[in-house]
Design a protein around this ligand. Structure first.
Ligand SMILES: Nc1ncnc2c1ncn2[C@@H]1O[C@H](COP(=O)(O)OP(=O)(O)OP(=O)(O)O)[C@@H](O)[C@H]1O
Length: 582
């Protein structure tokens, strides 16, 4: 909560202005019943028109002043609340960017989206209400009671007794409602999650005719959201009748006691009217409370969810500062007894891996699905931390290399090509800030995508995504490779990134990679691709089963022979590798 209030600090002057103007409005409102009492008692009952005109003019003048103050207050409250929302969203976004994968595993993506959007909006609205009207209601209640007491203490005791009882009841409702609204926000996460999965998997859903199933899944989540929201609102709706019952009862008692006091001459008619007027204003303000309780309870739930993100410790050490000694040079990689399990899992995905790749060398990793190939890749740029052992690059432990300078020198092409909305040029340039047109073109040529791009209507300026061209799987893969190549990486990691390419294009691409002086690791299912590397690593169940050149593995590994046989038949066993080592 402290963290959230710090976002208001830069706007403290505007906040004071807004609160001051709100108090001015409030003051005018609280003075009105006194003026009315004066007009009745000294003007109408005494038949003195000048008193009526004098206090009537004061009332009109103050009302105009209060109206203008209200407008300025509204502008100020809008500015402060929108700026607050903007700053919180910005800060949340930066924090999420710094999250490790382990952090991201703990809070689902859909929940992060709801927190950044809906929860921040709830908070933003609460800040606006806080500056515009929220403080008005309690101040009118307290101020109204005090003013009523100044008019007549005896008669005001009715208000002094009933108001604390009501406030106690409201606080109880608010505490319960905050818990319920936290569940509502959780259910909103679930609706967003179904929506996100549905929209990203639309092709699959249509192809598998799973529309009805998806509608059912959405209905389930949507019904749950409705159920929880209705339960929360029902609790809040009980406040209004209770408030009205108590306050109308209080007004009746004031009128009944007041008429007795008028008869005994203890009080004047105008004074009873003024106290009833204060009681009516207090009742109206208390009725605003039932609505404010919804706002505050929701904001409390949202504030907890937003502060949870700010309070999440980033469980990845950024490493030391970049110095002349820890800058990556050749990119030689050494795995020393590396073991790994995903955070929160008991299952060891990688077990005691040991292997070396010379600077500028190449390694192909082959292994069954689920054998741990992608997991191994993710350890190199430290997307996850190792559980045991160490990974050395240029003889330095990756944990000692500053995270930024480590990742800056790695070109990572993930298994699923991910492109962003924007032009082809921007998508390639995304790999290197400030990449020149020549660099972009060279990377595209080496990735074997230049010719395809040149055939598009706007070539490198073609928009990708919903309003532009949608590329084929192989074209997307090649664009992702171009994005990694434009960095001129020291280490290139290709995670099955050539799977959708035909043999000819893939062979051209692998030949083009020779012009890059980088250490390359390529995960592949194809023996023809693996054969091009200096060394092949056969991975099974997270362990290195065999390691060596193609011809060595043919001799030493039964499994490798079986894979070769399955892809090329008997002839494959006598294949000659064309080495791509540099
Ligand atoms: N985020 C995760 N959390 C927990 N376990 C995971 C996670 N990602 C992968 N795994 C598990 O780790 C193991 C290795 O997965 P990995 O993706 O590294 O295999 P792979 O060899 O790359 O498979 P494929 O060839 O199918 O891509 C699998 O058993 C998988 O279930």
């Amino acid at each position: 909560m402290k963290k959230l209030s710090s976002f208001l600090k830069p706007y403290w002057l505007l906040i004071i202005l807004a609160l001051f103007l709100m108090i001015v409005e409030l003051g005018v409102e609280l003075l009105q019943p006194l003026f009315i009492a004066k007009i009745i008692d000294d003007g109408i009952l005494q038949k003195d028109l000048s008193v009526v005109i004098k206090w009537g003019s004061v009332m009109v003048g103050l009302s105009v002043f209060s109206f203008l103050g209200g407008i300025v207050n509204s502008f100020t409250a809008s500015h402060v609340s929108q700026s607050f929302g903007h700053d919180v969203r910005k800060s949340l976004f930066s924090k999420i960017q710094a999250f490790s994968f382990a952090n991201l595993n703990n809070i689902p993506t859909s929940s992060l989206i709801t927190r950044m959007t809906n929860d921040v909006t709830q908070l933003q609205n609460t800040v606006f209400m806080g500056l515009r009207i929220m403080a008005r209601a309690p101040l009118i209640v307290i101020g109204g009671a005090i003013m009523a007491m100044t008019v007549d203490l005896k008669l005001s005791l009715v208000l002094v007794i009933s108001i604390p009882v009501l406030i106690f009841f409201l606080v109880w409702v608010m505490k319960r409602a905050a818990k319920l609204f936290k569940l509502v926000q959780k259910k909103l996460d679930d609706v967003n999650n179904v929506m996100r999965e549905n929209l990203t998997g639309m092709r699959l859903i249509k192809a598998f005719l799973r529309k009805e199933h998806e509608i059912g899944r959405f209905d389930g989540a949507n019904d749950e959201l409705k159920r929880k929201t209705v339960t929360s609102l029902r609790l809040i709706e009980t406040t209004m009748p209770v408030l009205m019952l108590v306050m109308n009862g209080a007004i009746l008692i004031i009128l009944w006691l007041g008429s007795g006091f008028i008869e005994t001459g203890d009080i004047q008619v105008g004074e009873v009217v003024a106290i009833v007027n204060y009681a009516t204003r207090i009742a109206a303000s208390l009725s605003v409370f039932s609505w404010l309780i919804t706002v505050i309870s929701r904001a409390k739930a949202s504030a907890e969810r937003v502060t949870e993100i700010f309070g999440t410790p980033i469980d990845i050490d950024e490493g030391r500062k970049e110095t002349a000694t820890n800058v990556l040079k050749g990119g030689g990689i050494k795995f020393v007894d590396v073991s790994f399990r995903y955070p929160g899992s008991d299952h060891a995905v990688l077990k005691h891996l040991n292997f070396t790749i010379d600077p500028g060398g190449s390694l192909a990793i082959i292994g069954a699905t689920g054998s741990g190939k992608t997991s191994l890749f993710q350890l190199i740029p430290r997307l996850y931390e190792t559980d045991g052992g160490s990974i050395l690059i240029d003889e330095q432990d990756v944990k000692d290399i500053p995270l930024d300078s480590l990742r800056k020198r790695i070109g990572y092409v993930p298994q699923e090509a991910l492109l962003f909305s924007g032009t082809i040029k921007n998508n390639i340039a995304w790999g290197k800030e400030g990449a020149t047109d020549e660099e972009i073109k060279a990377a595209a040529m080496h990735a074997q995508v230049h010719e395809t791009v040149m055939k598009l209507p706007k070539q490198y300026e073609t928009m990708l995504g919903q309003k532009g061209v949608n590329l084929s799987g192989g074209q997307k893969q090649r664009l992702s490779i171009a994005r990694a190549l434009v960095r001129k990486p020291t280490i290139l990691l290709l995670d099955d990134s050539t799977s959708a390419l035909d043999l000819k294009t893939e062979s051209k691409l692998l030949s083009a990679l020779k012009s890059y002086t980088c250490t390359t690791i390529i995960i592949t299912q194809k023996i023809s691709t693996a054969m091009e590397a200096d060394k092949i690593l056969l991975l099974e169940n997270g362990e290195v089963l065999a390691e060596g050149k193609h011809e060595d593995l043919i001799q030493s590994s039964e499994l490798y022979r079986k894979i070769v046989h399955s892809q090329f038949g008997e002839e494959g066993i006598s294949f000659e590798p064309k080495n791509i080592s540099r």
